[in-house]
Structure formats: C-alpha cells, structure tokens
Design a protein around this ligand. Structure first.
Ligand SMILES: Nc1ncnc2c1ncn2[C@@H]1O[C@H](COP(=O)(O)OP(=O)(O)OP(=O)(O)O)[C@@H](O)[C@H]1O
Length: 252
C-alpha cells in the first residue's frame, strides 16, 4: 500500500478535468468523451453505467492511466498523470492500481494461489509474504478452501473472485473493474459486486466499476450514468436488501 491518504471525511482520490478523447476511423474522427469532469471518492464503489459504446471503457482506461486523453487532466492520488512519463506512469499503476476485467485473464496452468502470488513478485515481495498475502486475499473473497484449484476446476464466478483476489493482494488504492459481471449469471454477478463494495468499505479503496448491467445499480454507493461520452446524472442509489453473497463478512 502507498502513503496513507489524508484523513478527511470523503477524500477525493481520482479527478477528471475537462477530459476529451476522439478516435479516427479512416477519415472520420469521432469524439468518444466530451469535456468530462468528475470526482471519485475513496472508500466508495462508484459505478459508471450506460449503453454499449457510450465511452465507459475508454473513460476507465483514461482514469487508470492505461490511455492518455487528447485534452484535459486526470489527477489520481494527487498526481497529475499527464505529467508522468511512460516509465513513471507504469510505476504508478504497479504501485497503486488493480484491475479486474470481464474475461478473468487467468493462467490455465496456475492454481488460484499461484495466480494471486505471481504479480506480487513484481512488487518485490519476499515469497513467504507473497504467499501470506495471496492466501489472505483468497480468504477474503471466500475462496480459502479452493486455492489449490486451477481455472478449469473453478466456476465463472469463482474465477472472477480469483481475479479480484489477485488485484486486492497488491493492496491498491485504486481498483478498476471493467464489466466484471457480464460473463456471470445473476447470483454470481451479485457476489462479485458485493465483494467489490466490501473492499471499498473495509480497505478505503477507491473502486470504480463500469458496466451496462442495470442489476448492479442498487449495489453501488454512487452511480454515474453516461451517454454519448457525457455524464448525464450522478446519484446515490436507494439501498438494496442485505447482500446475498453467502460469504461471511471478514473482520475489517
Ligand atoms: N482504440 C479505438 N479505436 C477506435 N475506436 C475506438 C477505440 N476504442 C474505443 N473506440 C470506440 O469508442 C466508442 C466507445 O467505446 P467504449 O469501449 O469506451 O464504450 P463502452 O461504453 O465501454 O461500450 P461497451 O459497453 O460495449 O463495452 C465506441 O464507438 C468504440 O468503437
């Protein structure tokens, strides 16, 4: 984990200021993000929802430093990402960010514990510490008893939980999830979103999730609705009933 964030009530950890992005297709230039400004807070699960093609993934990629905007600024944990050269940006991502994608991105030959341990070696952790963290993260997502299984022996929901544990074990300040539930059925989708919510609450992590799945709306702390590259609304959804994840709440 990086330096502690300043202790204010709802710290803003991620900001976009006038962000724009266009892509060229042949001679046609299309604007995907229009002068977008927003603040995302730590300790919350923020959901960016909206129809396919409205620019959600592009926004996530820009906010996480995977892509550069054409115009505007992204400030993450107080760093202006536009001021960082490629090497510094890669280091920022390594130290501070975790990613969860729709397709899990697991190695077929590795068991769940090894999947989580592997990226920790890039952080320079000693093998024993990497193993301890990997096991703790797998416990946290409810996969303690299944950590010696390979992807082919796990369900889709379990595979996504391994991917979340892999991101969580880095202890990122910022956790980005791009359509994390879209390959899952309703029950597993709910488990995954409840885990992401709990990570935000228990670790003070900034969790930013993009999804076109309307079932997730009631599980977020805040929902930004996007359309045609613009934020149309910013609201706190009404709370849903108790999470039905079936995973015991770990001690914070
Ligand atoms: N690298 C690229 N080159 C050209 N066009 C792109 C590129 N990346 C995205 N686009 C276009 O930008 C628009 C927004 O794409 P984006 O993936 O951000 O939307 P989305 O809301 O995440 O969609 P979905 O929900 O289907 O994933 C789309 O029209 C897409 O074709």
């Amino acid at each position: 984990m990086s330096e502690p964030m300043p202790q204010i009530a709802t710290p803003i950890s991620l900001q976009a200021r006038g962000v724009s992005k266009s892509f060229a297709s042949g001679k046609v230039q299309s604007t995907v993000l229009h002068d977008l400004t927003l603040d995302i807070r730590a300790g919350e699960l923020t959901l960016i929802s909206g129809p396919s093609g409205c620019g959600k993934s592009t926004l996530l990629a820009i906010l996480s430093g995977l892509q550069r905007p054409d115009g505007g600024q992204v400030i993450a944990l107080g760093e202006d990402l536009g001021e960082l050269d490629l090497r510094a940006l890669e280091r920022f991502r390594l130290l501070h960010t975790g990613f969860v994608f729709q397709g899990f991105n697991l190695f077929p030959a590795l068991n769940a514990r090894e999947q989580v341990e592997l990226p920790l070696s890039y952080l320079g952790l000693a093998p024993a510490e990497a193993r301890r963290r990997a096991m703790a993260s797998l416990e946290e997502v409810g996969l303690g008893p299944r950590m010696t299984l390979r992807p082919s022996e796990l369900s889709g929901g379990e595979k996504q939980r391994v991917a979340i544990a892999r991101a969580l074990a880095k202890r990122p300040d910022l956790l980005f999830a791009d359509e994390p539930t879209s390959a899952l059925d309703a029950a597993n989708g709910q488990i995954v979103i409840d885990i992401l919510h709990r990570i935000a609450r228990n670790h003070g992590t900034t969790v930013l999730c993009v999804s076109h799945d309307p079932r997730l709306v009631g599980h977020a702390d805040r929902v930004l609705a996007m359309e045609d590259g613009r934020i149309l609304s910013d609201r706190v959804p009404s709370p849903t009933s108790t999470p039905a994840s079936g995973i015991e709440e770990p001690q914070a």
